[in-house]
Ligand binder design. Structure first.
Ligand code: KIV
Length: 287
């Protein structure tokens, strides 16, 4: 029997070296984390997208460290093999290196294996400060949802030479600053391929094509569980859990309306003697 080992940074680097792609999913709760772990998924991102998928927010901007601590605590408990990346939420790292280190430390002390932050050159000193504290940092480039307003919405990035040059400068800067690997969101496949030539560390993608070392997918999107307006083209749907859940709820309500639940098999029983004693005791108050 092969013993499954915990995925670590050396394992991820080795996978890149051997051209073996990794699978990466988001999770925000204990059971999804456990299912991902049991399915053999390599990495979990506890994303601030949890604000949208789990809390119904319209963006990630108002997600707090407290929210992320709750999500990360639940996910860490559910998985013993996946490499777990905790997302630093908006304004938990943008203001100062000190904030960044302190908040990254909070996610690590829960049990995350690395933290992720959004941004390029301008985040270099944050990445170095967190790295110097012994914490692996994952960079997030391309479409960065915490800067949605600045970007003017969910738009594909890297479509012009100027935008490619900026991405290249950014990825080079964050790698030099210490980022252990990179996540590239919503970039045309050919552009991703060009960037790939210039990075040493693993480059993973979400909606950025095939020229990467692995894919990230938001679990709610692939499971058909997301309730909201964002429906990215790059998602492959592997299940339609919303329909399954709604059908189960409708069936349950029908059972209640028609007195079909609970049935005999759902009841606890009691020995005749004890039942008689309880009934006698209870009945004396009805006289
Ligand atoms: O929070 C998240 O799930 C993310 C992905 C959108 C990349 O950062």
């Amino acid at each position: 029997m092969t013993v499954r080992k915990k995925i670590t940074l050396p394992v991820l680097r080795n996978r890149k070296k051997n051209n073996k792609k990794i699978s990466w999913l988001t999770a925000y709760d204990f059971s999804t984390s456990r299912f991902a772990d049991e399915a053999g998924i390599d990495m979990i991102l506890v994303g601030d997208s949890g604000g949208m998928t789990m809390m119904g927010k319209s963006s990630t901007i108002s997600v707090t460290m407290e929210d992320m601590i709750m999500f990360c605590t639940s996910v860490v408990k559910g998985s013993s093999h996946c490499f777990i990346v905790g997302d630093l939420p908006y304004m938990s790292y943008q203001v100062s290196d000190e904030d960044a280190v302190r908040n990254a430390g909070k996610l690590m002390s829960i049990g995350c294996d690395a933290v992720k932050l959004e941004g390029g050159i301008e985040m270099s000193s944050r990445i170095t400060a967190i790295t110097n504290a012994g914490i692996p940092v994952v960079s997030h480039l391309g479409l960065t949802p915490q800067s949605l307003s600045q970007m003017g919405g969910y738009k594909v990035q890297g479509k012009s030479l100027a935008s490619f040059k900026k991405l290249l400068d950014d990825i080079t800067a964050v790698e030099n600053a210490g980022a252990v690997f990179h996540l590239l969101e919503c970039v045309p496949e050919e552009v991703t391929g060009e960037l790939y030539k210039h990075v040493k560390n693993p480059l993973y993608g979400i909606g950025s094509g095939r020229h990467v070392d692995g894919q990230l997918v938001i679990s709610h999107d692939m499971l058909g569980l997301f309730v909201g307006d964002v429906d990215p083209k790059f998602v492959k749907k592997y299940a339609d859990l919303s329909s399954i859940i709604k059908k189960a709820f409708i069936n349950y309500k029908d059972d209640i309306d028609n007195n079909l639940f609970p049935e005999d098999k759902h009841l606890y029983s009691i020995e005749g003697d004890d039942l008689k004693k309880i009934q006698d005791y209870s009945n004396q108050f009805n006289k």
